[in-house]
Design a protein. Structure first.
Length: 681
């Protein structure tokens, strides 16, 4: 019934006349392929061949749609880091599709619940999701190919974006097809963003402790299968439905970026379940303590850490990324806890083989690669430390913008550096402004509405005694914690939200907007809503602040039509011979250049950008941009320079209720406001 097969392609591969199976395990003594009928009947077939530690076999006549898993026989020796247990059905690490979302059962633990060193002999197969043989096919190759300097990222999850959208058929809400719906596509196009960054859609597991509390993972940072879409996000055909989502967004000229979690898996620490990698080859896929191989290195804070030094673990990551990019046309990836992917046992290196492979791979070098540049391990904060060609989430940008608009003292020098694209962080290594992914809020933390409404987290619903979540939020409630009917407070909050979004859109670098911030989404003060797959995180489409949304759309349109706000290279005050001004200047309200000690006392400033021959403005008469910032509570009068003999400043955007007016190149900005002007000849 089974033939030798081919060891060169890991996973289950449909080829002429049958299916080839190949599984890597250096520590196995034998491997059983388990085939399942629709009613759960199991047939066990021993893989007949082993080549370079790849166990393989070919079954003639087997077709796409067949359900399978593995039982791996080998040493049970926890002290040596070996946890083979053939009583546990294992998911193929290369499975392209799973039969179901994981639903917890005690049999999934390879050890007894009372002792992690004692093997559990109960069979987990009746309760485990099955891997499914599929021939995934390929999508068309046309992509938007948006340049980095033209990119605006919108971060959202499949569930949150669509679960409450009554303009979508109920069966499609919270699904891939909901994101592909006409309402969502039209909404994103009208907003003006260029890329949708989806929280993890690779199959993940709800954490065991969440299931015990009756909660569910809303974010997806708990990987179960790196090649398979999350079953929960599909109505019937996950691969086809995700492909349709990508195609629909591409038709709208919107790129798709996937948030991916290769740094750890859902198997957790030694107390966790045996679902796949742990029972296949524990030491190949995970880092263990050299002095105690029974315990994992926990640089992720989630119990285990990918062993990026092992070539098979590295190849799995590369193969997975290439699969999503080639089969579905995904345009880019945001890597959760990305320093893990560059970690040797001795620490992080930007020249780590895995980072080098991702950077130079023939497929992936055409994708957008974005790092979350920190983990909790030694030397884990690596902002600015990733290779050329990568972009990175910039938390210094986030914190500086929050503090500046909150009115904290001595933030102006840092604010100027962040507006400038954080050249101080990225340029020394020869990187460009797009390397800085600028954001004020993200899924992890307060929404923008909550940032100006709460001074402390309100995470009680997570069941952790409100001890979870980030504590250094640099937020302000402006007088009342949470909801209020006070029109004065509401007015300040609204303007501060617009101030921070406007700042994001006039900064050099790559802006990222948290989905829903553009219309006032709230999580009622929960700044760690990972466990709230419910109304807390779902977009309330019936409570959209349409006037605020219009203001945000206008600001995005302003950025998209103003190349000076999205430069490909850092500007360093080089002279513009035609105007007499340098290409970037920082001015006091009186219009004089800030120098030396001026920076220590300045709060209100103007950023002046002047077009040069290299800037290619949208029309020959567009000469400059001025952005005036007033974080104080009092009105400030700003004087802008005349940058040419002809022309004048024209208001382009503002955050006050009414636009400021010019009188002899002077405008007055009310307290806590921002305004943008452009010079046309």
């Amino acid at each position: 019934m089974i033939e030798a097969g081919d060891p060169s392609r890991l996973g289950a591969t449909v080829i002429d006349g049958g299916v080839n199976f190949a599984l890597y395990s250096s520590s196995a003594e034998r491997v059983e392929l388990c085939l399942f009928t629709a009613d759960g009947q199991e047939q066990r077939i021993e893989l007949p061949e082993r080549h370079n530690d790849v166990w393989h076999g070919f079954i003639p006549g087997l077709e796409s749609g067949s359900r399978y898993g593995y039982r791996v026989h080998g040493p049970w020796s926890p002290g040596d880091g070996l946890r083979h247990n053939p009583n546990k059905l294992l998911i193929d690490p290369y499975a392209r599709l799973l039969s179901d979302t994981l639903n917890w059962h005690d049999t999934m633990f390879g050890h007894t619940l009372s002792d992690t060193d004692v093997m559990d002999t109960a069979d987990s197969a009746p309760f485990m999701p099955k891997s499914i043989v599929v021939d995934p096919g390929r999508t068309r190759t046309r992509r938007p190919l948006t340049a980095w300097h033209d990119t605006i990222v919108y971060e959202a999850s499949v569930r949150a974006l669509t679960a409450k959208d009554k303009k979508i058929a109920e069966i499609l809400r919270g699904k891939f097809e909901g994101v592909a719906s006409e309402h969502i596509i039209d909404y994103l196009k009208a907003l003006g963003i260029t890329a949708l960054e989806l929280l993890p859609i690779q199959a993940f597991a709800d954490e065991h402790f969440l299931a015990q509390r009756g909660l569910r993972n809303a974010w997806g940072y708990n990987s179960l299968a790196f090649f398979a879409p999350m079953p929960r996000f599909a109505t019937a055909a996950p691969l086809d439905e995700f492909r349709h989502l990508v195609d629909r967004l591409h038709d709208a000229n919107i790129e798709v970026i996937l948030d991916v979690v290769y740094n750890h898996t859902a198997e957790g620490d030694v107390r966790g379940p045996t679902l796949s990698w742990r029972g296949i080859d524990n030491l190949a896929y995970y880092r263990v303590l050299p002095e105690n191989r029974d315990h994992y290195v926990n640089d992720t804070g989630t119990g285990n850490t990918l062993n990026a030094d092992h070539p098979v673990a590295r190849q799995m990551v590369i193969d997975s990324l290439r699969y999503w990019a080639t089969t579905f046309g995904v345009d880019g990836f945001r890597f959760d806890l990305a320093p893990i992917l560059g970690r040797h046992f001795t620490g992080f290196s930007a020249q780590h083989p895995l980072l080098e492979q991702m950077t130079h791979d023939g497929v992936l070098r055409h994708c957008k690669l974005i790092a979350e540049p920190w983990d909790i391990g030694p030397g884990g904060y690596q902002l600015g430390g990733f290779p050329k060609g990568w972009a990175e989430w910039n938390d210094r940008y986030r914190d500086t913008v929050r503090q500046y608009w909150r009115g904290d003292e001595r933030q102006t020098p840092a604010m100027a550096r962040r507006l400038h694209g954080s050249a101080d962080i990225f340029e020394p290594a020869g990187r460009t402004p797009f390397a800085s992914v600028n954001f004020v809020t993200a899924h992890d933390g307060f929404t923008l509405n909550d940032l100006v409404s709460y001074e402390r987290p309100h995470n009680e619903a997570n069941g952790e005694n409100n001890l979870d979540g980030h504590r250094h939020n640099y937020s302000s409630n402006y007088g009342v914690e949470g909801d209020t009917d006070d029109d004065t407070i509401l007015s300040v909050r609204r303007k501060q939200r617009l101030n921070m979004l406007a700042t994001l859109l006039v900064s050099q670098g790559t802006p990222m907007i948290l989905g829903g911030d553009e219309f006032g989404r709230t999580q009622q003060g929960n700044n760690n809503a990972y466990a709230q797959d419910n109304d807390t995180t779902w977009f309330d489409w019936e409570s959209v602040d349409s006037k605020f949304l219009t203001r945000v759309r206008d600001l995005i349109a302003l950025r998209n039509s103003t190349p000076l706000l999205r430069q490909q290279q850092f500007r360093h005050g080089r002279s513009s011979n035609e105007t007499g001004f340098r290409n970037i200047e920082w001015l006091s309200p009186e219009g004089s250049e800030l120098q030396g000690l001026d920076w220590h006392h300045a709060q209100a400033i103007t950023m002046l950008l002047i077009a040069t021959d290299n800037d290619a403005p949208p029309s020959p008469d567009h000469r400059g941009v001025a952005v005036s910032f007033n974080p104080t509570e009092k009105p400030v009068s700003f004087t802008l320079p005349a940058i040419a003999e002809r022309g004048d400043w024209i208001v382009g955007g503002y955050t006050e209720a009414e636009p400021p007016t010019f009188k002899a190149r002077e405008w007055v900005l009310p307290g806590q406001s921002l305004a943008i002007a452009r010079w046309f000849d």
